[in-house]
Design a protein around this ligand. Structure first.
Ligand code: MGP
Length: 278
């Protein structure tokens, strides 16, 4: 930790005294983020401000599981980060896939999952894939064109084509994502512009997921522009779009919006949240 570089979002940050002032709230909240934090959780600097707190991810996992009729449902955690959501999905879903563009984050997801669950349980249920999703639209177009991969193509594109092909064959039931919002300053300018999500704005992000699944749940900033959410839904799914928005609060404090597009989520009663504070 002596060489810790405060500018490096991918540096491991698990020492409270190293936290920059603006990030100390995350360190103070570490046991709300991971109740088993002291049992070996590992986080990068970027993960501290983007990971879903445990009570929120437990609620999200219960709601998504309730939305599925098939007991062997398959869920993809796209941009799985430090695994906060992946861990809760693993408890309730028999097949969980995690994608991130950074190997260090996949390593954190695997490590943090093993703090909560046994290695054999994780091995049976979890598949982690490193993939840069910013190539996914190009990858889907390539797959649709039925062209053959040429080894001179960009290696990240080739990897993404292989990943998307694999995901199509796995017949996913839900794709969930809590994508990067651009860091802690997301709430500085009043309403959040959904074009600022990464790796794509919301419209392109939803279109990038549709080739692999029709049920999509995205965790979005609490200050998201709701008019833009509606116009984006119409642009992608047409005027009869099915969108369910859950406002997720803990202790009366709004944390974010769980936005769910697809038939699976309509008419599903909310799970009992009393024990989860959501
Ligand atoms: P926050 O607003 O930074 O914290 O994030 P909090 O505790 O509400 O701060 P306060 O000062 O307003 O009291 C709220 C929640 O949003 C976090 O717990 C994360 O789950 C989520 N979150 C925050 N950021 C910056 C991101 C992000 O970039 N990506 C994703 N996916 N989630 C984020």
């Amino acid at each position: 930790m002596e060489d810790y570089n405060l500018d490096d979002d991918l540096a491991i940050l698990n020492n409270g005294s190293m936290f920059p002032p603006k990030m100390r709230k995350y360190w103070r909240n570490r046991y709300r983020i991971f109740s088993k934090y002291d049992e070996g959780v590992i986080m990068t600097k970027e993960l501290w401000y983007s990971v879903t707190p445990e009570d929120v991810s437990r609620f999200i996992a219960k709601f998504l599981r309730k939305s599925m009729k098939n007991p062997n449902s398959r869920i993809l955690d796209l941009c799985c980060g430090g695994g906060g959501d992946t861990i809760q999905f693993l408890r309730l879903f028999s097949h969980v896939y995690g994608i991130d563009n950074k190997q260090i984050h996949l390593d954190c997801t695997l490590n943090n999952s093993s703090v909560y669950l046994t290695p054999s349980y994780i091995e049976k249920r979890l598949k982690l894939l490193r993939c840069d999703w910013s190539y996914s639209v190009e990858a889907a177009e390539f797959i649709a064109s039925k062209k053959k991969i040429n080894e001179e193509m960009n290696p990240e594109l080739i990897n993404c084509i292989k990943t998307v092909t694999y995901l199509i064959e796995e017949h996913l039931d839900i794709v969930y994502s809590s994508p990067p919002w651009g860091g802690p300053s997301y709430s500085d300018n009043g309403s959040f512009n959904l074009d600022d999500l990464q790796p794509f704005g919301l419209e392109k992000f939803l279109r990038s997921i549709l080739p692999i699944c029709n049920n999509i749940a995205v965790f979005l900033p609490r200050n998201s522009d709701l008019a833009q959410l509606k116009s984006t839904s119409i642009a992608v799914f047409g005027p009869n779009f099915k969108l369910r928005v859950l406002k997720i609060s803990t202790n009366g404090h709004l944390k974010g919006l769980l936005c769910c597009w697809g038939d699976a989520f309509t008419g599903i009663a909310l799970p009992d949240a009393a024990g989860d504070n959501c």
